[in-house]
Design a protein around this ligand. Structure first.
Ligand SMILES: Nc1nc2c(c(=O)[nH]1)N[C@H]1C(S)=C(S)[C@@H](COP(=O)(O)OP(=O)(O)OC[C@H]3O[C@@H](n4cnc5c(=O)[nH]c(N)nc54)[C@H](O)[C@@H]3O)O[C@H]1N2
Ligand SMILES: Nc1nc2c(c(=O)[nH]1)N[C@H]1C(S)=C(S)[C@@H](COP(=O)(O)OP(=O)(O)OC[C@H]3O[C@@H](n4cnc5c(=O)[nH]c(N)nc54)[C@H](O)[C@@H]3O)O[C@H]1N2
Ligand code: SF4
Ligand SMILES: [Mo]
Length: 884
């Protein structure tokens, strides 16, 4: 374990913040790296909680076959022999690899080289298919290369920033902070949010366009048309640097103001304001992410955005550009190595010339000759038996792929499922024959590339736990057993990085945007000490490059960019009489993906602690806040906590993507999502599924707390797990009442062996406390409605048992501590400030975010909660004025 502060890169989002991990007696504290260009010292709440998620609870620490621990040599032999037998009997196309934008570049490079270069199978894809695939194709069509032209600084320099399909306040918080600060410094800067939902990001917006879901392409075609009609296009740029302008403008001509406003469901005046703001801005950045990409016409949406930038000459200049922001810490690195099935390697595809070049570089005559199956197709091929072995690494597809129950059923029939993960019990490891323990963030060493092409180092500062190994090492060991030893003989990740850098420059001569040949000669030490640098890094750009295409030269063979004529299409599935609402899915502020990491942090879980669905109250008038609801699509159903919210658009229901089977009984949102994909990118339409919603009437609801982490979830129709330090905590609900509460509890915990104190509340419910050696072992509360338990007080009682009889009685009633103000949901995670405390402070006179910060500290560290503070302020002030 490192005794000095280590500088590394955050484990989470594509902002790619630099982090300093400082050791102290109990662990590590994370703080922002002031020298990192992405964050300049800032961190968001997930980044600042990195030190809280380093424990080894639940980790996969030994290789396993059929859930039994085995030695590494047994596991590696089993993987190699299993793959070999399948390749021998069915050919290389019968094996597949499914990777992740959370692998390090070095790991990713090795996986790609093994599959596409030596096994000779194209069936290697990644979770980036669900994330960036449309953006990649959009850039390639327009620029002839998959390259983000701009930098975070361009956001700060712009006159106008359009954020479409992107909730950066929650998903890219440090970019949000940078933008919020830039706007504060230059209030004339315009920020426009395009999102059917009113999100936290709208807090800094001058204009929010709550457009009809899926109608973005029309909106941007309309903007292009309006700019053309008012002679606001850059005709010199169009002529000299682009092709396809005429066809594109002709196609956009249909999108008159009236037609666009009607199609997008926006008032004409709002649309005109939008056009005017664009027209008034010399410098324009459009930043987009999942609300654009996750669509059956995602590529066209990306190109509709890029068309506008090209036609107006707003690319390759300061403060300008179409900016697809990446999600995962190394989504960009995956694109660099060629991790998607339709890429070969290092920004090369499958032309004869490219295959030949890669064959010579890798010294292999077995390089795959064509693109393989994308994620959705790949899991279909598994279901249909064409693919007989799959190696899944760094992703949890049984939670995150659309039609997830079908994927699970398909995988159950696959003869060989190998899963490399850091956690032992995930939905996907449960389906594995062989589990391989990988080193996690903080233990592994390598590089990642963020949204603005900035390569930075993730450095190890923790000891190797158990028998876990780096992913690159595991892959290389298997490669050696398959007979490819020479090409996989690395001893250190720096050797892999140098090879990757050399390939990027190999016979490049300016033909490929991704070129880091300038880093191909780094010594191990230089690699270890590598400072963040934006690619390309080559002879022409030895220090890297902030902005691309500044000379108006693009990567199509004629050097010109392409405008693409777009015919906007709506999402494939539209509401029906049985499924009249649309389910929109996405992220919440304090959770990361399928929760394997953030789900461990009690602090992060206090913001939103149960899987929920948010909808306009008029869409389900009989459902009250806090009820349970059943959400059903043609593919499956979920049980979720209801959060009616009048800011949610009519007809649209928001459900988070995060909850998995370890955290809730029936809340994997992708079980409901149909696998409709974009024809060009293969990316699924994850944000638009017709559903119905109805109240689910529980007969009782309860809360169960038990010391330690061994309690399995009770067999109730609904349960959710909430992380608590050293305690297992379930929220429960069921449709029948147990005949005997004690007998029922005994099925899960040995309650009978403890001293029990219980209260039968007749029809209404049952409470129980169980004690051993004066310490609280278990607390249980069941009620016909939701028991109003003071959770903080119950959790505290496990550490400090109440001493007096009245205190114990209060604990038994679940009301201990209720005299003091209970905190409610944690709004400010940095300083653990709850909603009730904030509302109280407003009642007592605080009338601004600054005053709240001065009194309670909330919002004064990362600032992610400021939109929510403002919401509470507005609600409470409105309430106060109503009362006076
Ligand atoms: N806290 C947190 N941060 C994360 C992650 C996380 O899991 N948790 N994951 C990371 C990853 S991998 C990614 S890809 C990014 C994703 O970052 P975002 O793309 O910002 O996240 P989402 O919440 O998936 O979706 C963004 C918004 O798209 C909107 N939307 C839905 N339909 C439409 C539409 O038709 N048009 C428009 N204009 N908008 C629409 C949704 O309402 C939502 O607010 O976040 C990264 N950051
Ligand atoms: N409905 C809906 N579905 C979605 C989305 C949505 O918005 N809506 N978003 C999509 C997007 S954008 C994304 S990116 C995906 C994300 O979905 P996933 O990739 O499935 O989510 P994660 O939870 O990040 O899974 C990462 C897994 O890798 C493990 N892991 C962590 N570090 C390492 C490591 O170093 N090595 C190895 N071998 N394993 C490691 C973790 O324990 C975890 O099991 O979800 C997609 N699915
Ligand atoms: S913004 Fe993203 S990279 Fe930066 S600290 Fe937060 S989660 Fe980590
Ligand atoms: Mo993503």
């Amino acid at each position: 374990m490192s005794s000095a502060t280590v500088t590394t890169t955050c484990a989470y989002c594509g902002v790619g913040c630099g982090v300093k991990m400082q050791p102290h007696a109990e662990g590590f504290t994370a703080s922002g790296d002031g020298a990192h260009p992405a964050n300049l010292g800032r961190l968001c709440v997930k980044g600042s909680a990195l030190g809280e998620t380093l424990d080894l609870n639940g980790r996969l620490l030994h290789p396993e076959i059929d859930r039994q621990p085995v030695s590494w040599s047994q596991a590696l032999d089993a993987v190699a022999q299993g793959l070999q037998a399948i390749i021998r009997d069915h050919g290389p196309q019968a094996v597949a690899f499914y990777g992740s934008g959370q692998l390090l570049t070095e790991d990713y490079y090795v996986a790609n080289k093994l599959m596409k270069g030596f096994i000779g199978a194209g069936n290697m894809d990644t979770n980036s298919r669900l994330c960036m695939a449309s953006a990649v194709v959009g850039y390639k069509r327009a620029f002839g290369t998959d390259a983000v032209p701009c930098s975070y600084r361009d956001l700060e320099l712009a006159d106008c920033v359009i954020l479409t399909g992107s909730n950066i306040a929650w998903a890219h918080p440090v970019v949000y902070q940078r933008l919020a600060q830039a706007k504060k410094a230059r209030p004339e800067m315009r920020i426009i949010v395009i999102d059917p939902r009113q999100t936290a990001t709208c807090d800094i917006a001058d204009l929010h366009l709550p457009l009809r879901p899926g109608s973005d392409a029309a909106l941007f075609c309309g903007a292009l048309n309006a700019m053309a009609e008012h002679n606001l296009l850059d005709s010199d740029f169009l002529k000299q640097h682009t092709q396809g302008g005429d066809e594109t403008l002709t196609a956009a001509r249909d999108w008159t103001e009236e037609h666009t406003a009607a199609f997008c469901g926006l008032p004409l005046t709002q649309l005109r304001t939008f056009y005017q703001m664009i027209a008034d801005s010399d410098r324009l950045v459009t930043l987009y992410s999942m609300g654009i990409n996750q669509s059956s016409s995602g590529v066209d949406k990306c190109n509709a955005i890029i068309n506008l930038h090209l036609a107006a000459g707003k690319v390759g200049r300061e403060g300008c550009g179409p900016f697809s922001i990446t999600g995962q810490p190394n989504a960009m690195g995956g694109r660099e190595v060629g991790g998607l099935a339709n890429q070969l390697a290092s920004h090369m595809g499958f032309t004869k010339e490219e295959i030949d070049r890669v064959e010579r570089f890798w010294k292999s005559d077995n390089v795959t000759k064509s693109a393989g199956l994308n994620a959705v197709e790949l899991f279909r091929a598994i279901e249909q038996g064409q693919i007989k072995a799959v190696w899944i690494m760094g992703t949890n597809p049984l939670v995150s792929l659309p039609d997830a129950d079908r994927v699970r059923a398909g995988l159950a029939r696959c003869p060989l499922v190998i899963v490399s993960d850091v956690m032992r019990d995930t939905d996907t490891t449960r389906a594995a024959h062989i589990c391989l323990p990988a080193l996690a963030w903080g233990e592994k060493n390598g590089t990642v590339t963020n949204s603005e092409r900035c390569i930075s180092r993730q450095r190890a500062f923790l000891p190797v736990p158990g028998e876990a190994k780096p992913d690159w090492w595991i892959l290389s060991q298997v490669a050696q057993r398959l007979g490819f030893g020479e090409a996989f003989a690395w001893q250190h990740p720096a050797e892999i990085f140098r090879e990757h850098a050399a390939l990027s420059g190999f016979e490049n001569n300016g033909s490929r945007a991704f070129d880091i040949s300038g880093l191909a000669q780094l010594t191990d030490r230089e690699w270890d000490e590598l400072r963040p640098v934006q690619w390309p890094v080559n002879a022409a750009n030895p220090q890297g490059r902030e902005r691309l295409f500044t000379d108006g030269r693009f990567f199509h063979s004629d050097g010109k960019a392409r405008l693409i004529a777009i015919t906007p299409r709506l999402p494939i599935n539209q509401p029906t009489s049985v499924a009249p609402l649309i389910m929109n899915t996405g992220r919440i502020r304090d959770q990361w993906h399928t929760m394997t990491r953030t789900g461990k942090s009690a602090r992060l879980m206090q913001h939103i602690s149960e899987p929920f669905c948010q909808f306009h109250p008029a869409d389900a008038p009989d459902v009250q806040d806090g009820d349970l609801v059943r959400v059903s699509s043609s593919h499956g159903w979920l049980l979720l906590r209801a959060r009616p919210d009048s800011l949610q658009p009519r007809g649209s229901v928001f459900v988070p993507m995060h909850w998995n089977s370890q955290f809730s009984q029936q809340a994997r949102v992708d079980a409901l999502v149909e696998a409709n994909t974009d024809p060009l990118s293969g990316q699924p339409e994850s944000k638009h599924m017709p559903i119905s919603l109805r109240r689910w009437a529980a007969v009782w609801q309860g809360e169960l707390f038990m010391r330690g982490n061994h309690l399995t979830p009770p067999a109730t129709a609904y349960w959710s797990r909430i992380a608590q330090p050293d305690i297992t905590h379930y929220v429960l609900a069921d449709s029948s009442i147990p005949k005997d509460w004690l007998a029922w509890l005994n099925e899960y915990a040995a309650v009978g062996e403890w001293i029990c104190q219980s209260a039968h509340l007749g029809e209404k419910g049952f409470n129980l406390l169980a004690w051993a050696d004066g310490e609280l072992q278990l607390a249980f509360y069941a009620h016909r409605d939701r028991p109003g338990v003071d959770r903080q007080a119950v959790v505290a009682a496990f550490g400090q048992p109440p001493q007096t009889a009245p205190q114990r009685l209060a604990l038994l009633a679940g009301t201990a501590g209720k005299g003091k103000a209970s905190a409610g949901a944690t709004i400010c995670s940095c300083f653990a400030v709850g909603e009730h405390k904030i509302a109280d402070a407003v009642r007592q006179g605080c009338s601004s975010v600054q005053q709240l910060g001065a009194q309670l500290k909330c919002g004064t560290n990362c600032g992610s909660c400021i939109p929510e503070l403002k919401k509470i302020l507005a609600e409470q002030l409105a309430f106060n004025s109503g009362m006076s």
